[in-house]
Design a protein around this ligand. Structure first.
Ligand code: OSB
Ligand code: MG
Length: 367
């Protein structure tokens, strides 16, 4: 299998409703898709970097630059060789993950094997949770949560920040006493807020995700001793090695796995494996992906130690029209695609409709 070229495609998709977090509000998404063209067919990957560097240091145009200038010259048709070849490039996990995923997709399609089979999926469908943004008022939040529960979502995650925490969490817990409920702070607190975070203890949250800055493992370990809610890490977990470090220091008792954040699906599987070895449950995070990224995430979420519902929601929670066939909720679950590779492909016409710009980079990468 020879890689003959790579297409970078900037896609613009409006969200069905604004998504507000402690780092900003998303309304119109700009997404970078990577398509590799090989002598044995093509492969697709989604870069989960956002337009601005507010979740992590990566951003769409920066990732495109890194792929074009630094990663593509190192790429290989074999996904493991590609991963190894990327090692000298520091950081940029989302750029690496996108190109690796596209190569892996082409490699799997050429072998007639699905992502699920390749990664080691043990379930035909995965339970779906939904991540609910910060709202202007508690009644508005209760309406949104009620709507998602009516649709069948099996777990609710509330975005929180100082000033939007105890009150919304209490209101949702009082209205819906029996649901699986958790909160995500996206680094919005410091250790000085420990007493205020302890006020969430009575609400029986499954976990609190990333309360403190990403480089504060010691702080998370200390916080975990001061609150009853289990501490889960997202932004901090950038590799399997850091996952082990966080777990052994007591900074995380649950881990959110995002392939883009750890540099690819091969590393994401290792994060799953080391967490399993330490008895730490994991769940699959999300970055508001299109069907391209979602297909692979859903396959990953079918691995045995993904024992909590993920942020893998149906396409309709994000987009009126997805670029692939939409993922739909069936009894609170998303089905793991079974076809070769991702098992889905972007719909040519819709893709064209949503494409902001594209760039073709010819390559001569022999097997
Ligand atoms: O912290 O999990 C996060 C979206 C963008 C960036 C960061 C996060 C999120 C979400 C939404 O919480 C997850 C999803 O539904 O894709
Ligand atoms: Mg998070």
């Amino acid at each position: 299998m020879k890689i003959e070229g790579v297409e970078l495609r900037w896609v613009g998709l409006p969200l069905v409703s604004p998504f507000r977090t402690s780092f900003g509000t998303e309304t119109d998404r700009e997404i970078l898709l990577v398509r590799v063209l090989t002598t044995e067919g093509e492969g697709w990957g989604e870069c989960v970097a956002m337009r601005e560097p507010v979740y992590s240091s990566e951003y769409v145009d920066g990732a495109a630059q890194v792929i074009r200038e630094f990663l593509l010259p190192l790429a290989h048709p074999d996904p493991w060789r590609t991963e190894q070849a990327f090692r000298p490039v520091h950081g940029h996990p989302m750029a690496k993950a996108a190109l690796e995923a596209a190569i892996l997709d082409a490699w799997l399609r050429a072998r007639g094997m699905s992502f699920g089979e390749f990664l080691g999926a043990v379930r035909p469908a995965v339970p779906a949770g939904v991540s609910v943004g910060i709202m202007d008022s508690v009644p508005e939040l209760l309406d949104a949560v009620g709507g998602y529960l009516d649709e069948g979502y099996l777990r609710i995650k509330l975005k929180i920040e100082p000033g939007w925490d105890t009150e919304p969490v209490r209101a949702v817990r009082e209205r819906f006493p029996d649901i699986l409920l958790q909160a995500d702070a996206n680094t919005a607190y410091t250790l000085r807020d420990a007493p205020r975070l302890a006020r969430l203890d009575p609400f029986e949250l499954l976990l609190i995700e990333q309360p403190l800055p990403e480089d504060d493992l010691a702080g998370h370990a200390e916080l975990a001793r001061r609150i009853r809610t289990p501490v889960c890490l997202d932004e901090s977990i950038t590799s399997a090695r850091i996952a082990v470090d966080a777990i052994t220091r007591g900074a995380a008792s649950i881990v959110n796995v995002k392939p883009g954040r750890v540099g690819g699906f091969l590393e994401a599987r290792r994060v799953h494996d080391v967490c399993a070895a330490h008895g730490v449950p994991v769940w699959c995070g999300g970055m508001l992906e299109t069907g391209v990224g979602r297909a692979a995430n859903v396959a990953l979420a079918a691995l045995p130690n993904f024992t909590l519902p993920g942020d893998t929601s149906a396409s309709g929670r994000y987009y009126r029209e997805d670029v692939t066939e939409p993922f739909v909720l069936e009894d609170g679950h998303l089905r793991v695609p079974e076809g070769p590779g991702l098992g889905v492909v972007p719909h040519e016409e819709r893709l064209r409709e949503f494409t902001l710009r594209k760039e073709y980079i010819p390559t001569h990468i022999p097997a």
